[in-house]
Design a binder for this molecule. Structure first.
Ligand SMILES: Cc1cc2nc3c(=O)[nH]c(=O)nc-3n(C[C@H](O)[C@H](O)[C@H](O)COP(=O)(O)O)c2cc1C
Length: 313
């Protein structure tokens, strides 16, 4: 049988499989990270870390249902030193993306400087879009973002990507792309959870999570159309050498296909990984290969970014 190539490259970073975990999905502790390192994922992304250990928000802070998930975790993580030390002691066989999420610009500079010292990290994923913390880093001030990135790229030597929130207006994607295009950014990851959702427990007439009065970030199948739209729009506005990692609503090989068709070079799995565990990577790999075989594609490069507009045949 003809071999189907589902490897990918995020610029120079080679992934033997174009599927990895999303930050925050069972990647916080050493046990969880070891599980991911042993799994068949194409790369490992760590939980977004801060300078210091954080307990995060009060529980219950995560809830899932058939079509999605809601969370307001509040960035519980073991602090950057834990992740750097953990990686130092591992034999690493696939790319590692260290996700950092400082609570201020200064904290982000500190985290990126530290990450630059580690040989075990292939790339930094700078999370500028956590919907569940009070401090707003990205905001809408485009000058501020440009200034911030300018300062980072004065010292940063590692491949660096940015985890983005969902945008709902074409102009917003265009504006942020104009800024990103000015910097040597390796990739973007889109999208983070859709902020400010509510899920109602009808029996008890309550929210299902406690922090932030029950408001939280939404993930899973319900957000896929927004993820695809963001990928598509960024694909049309970004410099071609900035790769897009698609994230949002993936639970089947068909979903992976759609993300790549819209322009993603690789994808991340959040909610479905939490629901299913690391065996999800094998299942998605098999489903993707089957679909490509049916469609007579030999590689993801055959259709990446090639979404066509509907027309009557
Ligand atoms: C429990 C949980 C924790 C998360 N923590 C982080 C995080 O620390 N950093 C981050 O960039 N995204 C975080 N996310 C967002 C996911 O990485 C992902 O962008 C989002 O869930 C959409 O993907 P999905 O539809 O596959 O879940 C978290 C999501 C969930 C459900």
């Amino acid at each position: 049988m003809k071999k189907i190539d589902i490897s990918s490259c995020i610029n120079e970073i080679y992934l033997s499989l174009c599927i990895m975990n999303a930050s925050g999905a069972i990647c916080t502790t050493d046990k969880e990270l070891n599980n991911l390192l042993k799994s068949s994922s194409g790369a490992v992304v760590t939980k977004s870390c801060t300078r210091n250990f954080r307990n995060g928000n009060k529980k219950p802070r995560y809830f899932e249902w058939k079509m999605g998930s809601i969370n307001s975790m509040g960035l519980p993580n073991l602090g950057i030193d834990f992740y750097l030390k953990f990686l130092e002691n591992q034999e690493i066989k696939k790319p590692i993306f260290l996700s950092v999420s400082g609570l201020s610009m200064e904290e982000n500079f500190f985290l990126i400087k530290k990450a630059n010292l580690s040989k075990k990290i292939s790339a930094i994923e700078l999370n500028l879009s956590c919907p569940n913390i009070k401090e707003e880093i990205l905001g809408n001030d485009l000058c501020k973002i440009s200034n911030f990135l300018g300062k980072i790229f004065k010292f940063n030597k590692k491949p660096l990507g940015i985890k983005l929130p969902p945008f709902f207006k074409e102009k917003s994607v265009e504006n942020i792309s104009l800024i990103l295009n000015e910097f040597p950014i390796t990739f973007i990851t889109c999208i983070n959870s859709l902020p400010n959702g509510i899920f109602v427990d009808t029996n008890n007439e309550t929210t299902v999570i406690q922090p932030n009065n029950g408001f939280g970030g939404i993930g899973g199948a319900v957000i896929k159309p927004f993820a695809l739209a963001n990928i598509r729009k960024f694909y049309s506005f970004l410099r071609r050498d900035i790769s897009i990692i698609g994230c949002g609503g993936i639970s089947s090989g068909k979903d992976v296909f759609e993300h790549i068709l819209c322009g993603a070079s690789a994808v991340q799995i959040g909610t479905q990984l939490i629901k299913e565990g690391v065996s999800v990577f094998d299942r998605l790999r098999k489903e993707l290969i089957l679909l490509l075989r049916e469609k007579n594609y030999s590689s993801i490069r055959n259709f990446q970014g090639k979404l066509k507009i509907f027309k009557k045949f």
